[in-house]
Design a protein around this ligand. Sequence first.
Ligand code: IPE
Ligand code: IPE
Ligand code: MG
Length: 236
Amino acid sequence: MEQELKIPNHVAIILDGNGRWAKKKGLPRTVGHVNGMKAVQRTIAACQKFGIKTLTVYGFSTENWSRPKEEVDFLMKLLLRHLINKANKIIENKIRFVVLGDKSRFSPEIQNAMKKLESDTKDFTEFTFNVALNYGGHAEIVKATKEIAQDVKDGKISIDDIDEKIFESHLYTHDQLPPDLIIRTSGEQRLSGFLLWQCSYSEFYFPQVHFPDFNEEQLKIAIQEYSKRDRRYGKV
Ligand code: IPE
Ligand code: IPE
Ligand code: MG
């Protein structure tokens, strides 16, 4: 008998292995990134099909700016092109688009395209697609801390008011539930700063597949693995 699938509400993916995928084929890393973008689109569709409500992908970390300039420039062009060309499809599919991260380091064109798509899709409730861009878990926690310190300084709250709820309200994910399942492709078993606050009770899964080969079948395997987990949240 086939095992019953427990569908996670929120799946988050550290998309890794674009470069290795390309290298294995004797292609430049950039081709890996182009195919990684295609895999993101496939994964959104697969999540919607399975009834997952939120997909978060880690697209660009605060550390990724240290890659060679040509690679960063290519990724920025690819990002801008997708923000512009895929906007209609995202709106047609009633997907709420949210950027997690500090937008201010991106070019004005990219920032405008991000803000426009966020605002055009903000009222959709069926499915949320978060993309972590210029995101770092440490940076996010520092941002929250500074905002809370400012609120105390301005007399809006007192130190005793600070609790987990208030802290969460200053994170990029303030109006969202935490990830149930975090997948990192390519076999690497680390977070690289992803959702450090939000992952406290997430389940983890590390498939060997490089992200450009990720598809509905791979997602199904991840959900099957998740379905076997016993989430106790500290209870017996
Ligand atoms: C993930 O693939 C994409 C980004 C981090 C932008 P990588 O580019 O990290 O691919 P590998 O890890 O070098 O194979
Ligand atoms: C993590 O991948 C960041 C993203 C997926 C955007 P990296 O490939 O940059 O991480 P490390 O360097 O292997 O930890
Ligand atoms: Mg990598």
